[in-house]
Design a protein around this ligand. Structure first.
Ligand SMILES: Cc1ncc(COP(=O)(O)O)c(C=O)c1O
Length: 395
């Protein structure tokens, strides 16, 4: 029941006042407004692939609906899909993961919620990189726990290190969240640093939650999975990005065997199960023909990155290290502005290019950074850079 105040009006929890909306959403709304007025806008603000879901997946989804596959699945997910995901770990990483440890969720978002809900007590601290994926700190707050953003820079590839974790650890710290490749900078944790983090968190008695949603979208080096280093970590992944299924709302969590019963009862209570048609559709996501399509797209993302990275540097925006994955560039814009929000808004209004302000990803040097998403065609990126060149020369 909704709480009602003395004047009879619905009220909001204090938690709501602590949750920030994405600035980029306001920017996107303004971009749509300008488009409705006839302006052309180049979209580099959106963190989702511009490619449609691969055809074999769509066909499997339609078949599922036609065959009446619309009833709840078990809370842990469709058994065939859990097996298909386990097989994917064997094919991709040469790792044997028991399907019993795989929990199908409504997106990586559902997996993050499950993992945090299983692990956290009120008042406990969770370490994470700042900049980082903005929802993480709000997820942590949902469980009455404390997100601790650790300022990271290009010096550590915008990633936590085992030294930073040791430095910020205290007796009330329960968990560490990492992502590789990461949002907003697209940087990877290499095998050695990941191993050191896994070992450090375990030595400190904490829990590691590794977000591997951008695995598969790697253009340089290799993304190591935390699962190859320990069975006692929580690994989050999703069909959203590499598989091009953002709106289907489907992801997964790999949990330590000892936490699967908790995951089951928690999933039953918070979302019952992930979408049934989406789960049937995802059975086609690992087929060779689908993987063929996805690998072509990965090559296209790489082409875009290889164009945009030098072009953005040429514009005078500083990108200190090469992003190895995802579809983002995180650029220092301080040569032009120390207010990324105002800068992004001015670029939108005057140059017709939409990018995300750093303030969406935390507080650490956020006002001097912006994020470019190369989730639009190479032609659009070239046109966007041309417009930015004209605009920035006037500043
Ligand atoms: C690092 C990271 N984790 C999780 C998510 C949420 O993804 P999903 O659509 O699978 O819920 C995103 C979405 O942008 C993300 O960037």
């Amino acid at each position: 029941m909704k709480a009602v105040d003395v004047k009879g009006k619905s009220r909001s929890s204090q938690r709501m006042s602590e949750i920030q909306p994405f600035h980029v959403m306001a920017l996107l709304a303004r971009a749509r407004e300008l488009e409705a007025q006839g302006r052309s806008i180049i979209h580099m603000e959106i963190g989702e692939p511009d490619f449609p879901t691969p055809q074999p997946v769509i066909a499997a989804g339609i078949r599922a609906l036609q065959q009446g596959n619309i009833y709840y699945t078990p809370a842990l997910g469709l058994p065939q899909l859990r097996e298909a995901i386990a097989d994917f770990y064997l094919q991709r990483y040469g790792l044997r993961i028991s399907p019993t440890r795989i929990i199908v969720t409504p997106g990586a978002s559902g997996a993050l919620l499950l993992a945090l809900g299983i692990v956290l007590n009120p008042g406990e601290r969770v370490l994470m990189s700042d900049p980082g994926y903005p929802c993480n700190r709000h997820f942590v707050r949902l469980f009455e726990s404390l997100p601790v953003g650790i300022g990271t820079s290009a010096a550590t590839g915008y990633q936590l290190t085992s030294e930073l974790i040791a430095q910020y650890w205290d007796t009330s710290t329960a968990a560490v969240m990492i992502a590789s490749p990461t949002n907003p900078s697209g940087t990877l944790l290499d095998q050695e640093n990941l191993r050191r983090i896994v070992e450090k968190v375990q030595a400190l008695g904490g829990t590691l939650i590794a977000d591997e949603i951008y695995h598969g979208l790697v253009y340089q080096g290799e993304a190591a999975t935390a699962l190859s280093m320990s069975d006692e970590v929580f690994v989050v992944n999703s069909f959203s990005k590499y598989f091009g299924m953002t709106g289907w709302r489907l992801g997964w969590l790999v949990a330590p065997e000892s936490h699967v019963r908790d995951a089951d009862k928690f999933a039953q209570n918070i979302f019952l199960a992930a979408s049934t048609p989406a789960q049937y559709a995802a059975l086609a996501a690992f087929q060779p023909d689908t993987i063929g399509i996805l690998e072509q797209r990965r090559a296209e993302f790489q082409r875009r990155r290889d164009y945009l990275l030098p072009a953005v540097r040429e514009l005078g925006l500083y990108v200190p290290i090469n992003p190895q994955g995802a579809f983002y560039l995180y650029a220092d814009c301080s040569r032009f502005s120390n207010n990324s929000e105002a800068f992004a808004s001015e670029i939108l209004e005057r140059a017709g290019v939409a990018i995300a302000p750093g303030v969406d990803f935390g507080g650490h040097e956020a006002r001097r950074h912006v994020r470019f998403a190369y989730t639009t065609s190479l032609e659009n990126l070239i046109e966007g850079v041309r417009r930015l060149e004209t605009f920035l020369h006037k500043i």
